[in-house]
Design a protein around this ligand. Structure first.
Ligand SMILES: Nc1ncnc2c1ncn2[C@@H]1O[C@H](COP(=O)(O)OP(=O)(O)OP(=O)(O)O)[C@@H](O)[C@H]1O
Ligand SMILES: C[C@@](O)(CCOP(=O)(O)O)CC(=O)O
Length: 360
């Protein structure tokens, strides 16, 4: 049996603008994981997720096809990840085999409510990593990003794939997305080996080291939000409010680039001010798009954190899920957390997950 894991993530800054190439976001991997185990079997394989226990998934192999009943299927990301890696394995001359997959997630609470920590990305990355080990494909981390990004893109279709980058590379990263029209075109005309070997136009993944006094606090509002639904609504506003959207893109780009410089120069105040400016930009985007990105619960979470000297904003698509706070020595974290508790905001006790030789 082979067991691999992939971490969840949170966006720190640059959300929505990062959907356009050339507009960076900051994103971190967190020390909560989705684990995938793969075991070779005969004839019939199962796909089994601890979070979907009633819906065991049965499949057979007919030649190079997986045969299953689509009505059983809550496993879109996993199946697409398998399809993509197996297509590459075939191109590389491997014979496909039958296996059981077992999935377990730490990215939701006991009651099955998601925290907004990128479970769809983590399950895709973990499945890709498991299959790559199973077929012993000689691939590097950027290859894994590309395969998982293709699988996720084929299912969700409207994300930047920064969540996949965080889950593959770990730590703090500056991420700019690639040209989606390019990917759509090459997927129709090229082999996976060719696509993996090419430079993806626009794609930039830079690993960053943040100053050690900078700490990340995460507050959870307890209400899940649908990222792809929120992104669709912003996409409508992008065409209806062209000029305001362009202004948003430009301001977000400048703001995140300043933050990246601040990180490299270890200037904590520049980074914190960047969070505050990015919060305002995203709030304005919500107002002119008429999308509730910073909900009243997220606004309260941020206000409390600001009262104690933290720099706070909604994380990711907003509409619920989590808010993030950057703190330094000047912030009394214990009092901030106790104020959050009094307002039904749950602190998620997570830290940034760095990939080291030992935990690749
Ligand atoms: N433990 C799991 N087992 C199998 N599939 C999972 C698991 N966790 C998540 N998924 C897949 O990911 C989907 C959830 O993706 P969605 O984009 O709604 O949430 P998310 O990625 O956690 O959220 P966010 O984008 O807010 O970070 C599920 O519908 C399922 O297809
Ligand atoms: C709004 C967006 O920029 C960030 C979404 O973040 P999250 O998955 O809601 O944490 C969308 C994306 O980058 O895919």
């Amino acid at each position: 049996m082979i067991t691999v894991k992939a971490p969840g993530k949170l966006y720190i800054a640059g959300e929505y603008a990062v959907l356009e190439p050339g507009h960076p976001a900051l994103v971190v991997a967190l020390d909560r994981f989705i684990t995938v185990s793969i075991t070779e079997t005969q004839d019939q394989g199962t796909i089994n997720s601890r979070q979907y226990l009633e819906t065991n998934f049965h499949w057979r192999r007919r030649g190079d096809q997986m045969i299953f009943d689509n009505r059983d299927n809550p496993y879109h990301y996993i199946l697409e990840a398998i399809r993509v890696v197996e297509a590459l394995a075939l191109e590389m001359g491997h014979t496909l085999r039958v296996f059981d997959l077992d999935i377990n997630s730490q990215l939701e609470d006991q009651g099955g409510r998601k925290y907004g920590l990128g479970s769809s990305a983590a399950v895709t990355v973990a499945t890709v990593k498991a299959l790559i080990e199973f077929y012993q494909l000689p691939l590097n981390r950027l290859d894994i990003f590309k395969l998982a990004a293709i699988a996720h893109f084929n299912v969700q279709g409207n994300g930047s794939l920064g969540d996949i980058a965080a889950s593959v590379f770990g730590g703090w990263i500056a991420f700019s997305t690639f040209d989606k029209d390019w990917l759509r075109t090459v997927l129709k005309n090229n082999t996976f080996s060719e696509i993996i070997a090419s430079d993806w136009p626009g794609l930039k993944i830079e690993l960053l080291r943040v100053p050690s006094e900078l700490e990340l606090l995460i507050g959870w509002t307890g209400s899940p939000a649908s990222t792809s639904h929120l992104v669709d609504r912003i996409t409508i506003a992008k065409f209806a409010q062209k000029q305001q959207y362009q202004n948003f893109l430009e301001s977000s780009r400048r703001c995140v680039e300043t933050m990246i410089k601040g990180i490299k120069a270890a200037e904590v105040n520049v980074i914190k001010d960047g969070i505050r400016l990015n919060r305002q930009l995203i709030k304005q985007l919500g107002v002119f798009s008429q999308v509730d990105i910073e909900t009243p619960e997220l606004a309260e979470l941020c206000q409390i954190a600001e009262d104690y000297g933290g720099a706070a904003k909604s994380s990711g698509a907003g509409g619920g899920d989590c808010g993030i706070v950057l703190t330094d020595h000047s912030v009394d974290q214990a009092r901030l957390i106790s104020a959050w508790n009094q307002h039904q905001i749950t602190t998620l006790p997570l830290t940034v997950f760095e990939l080291t030789g030992a935990n690749v």
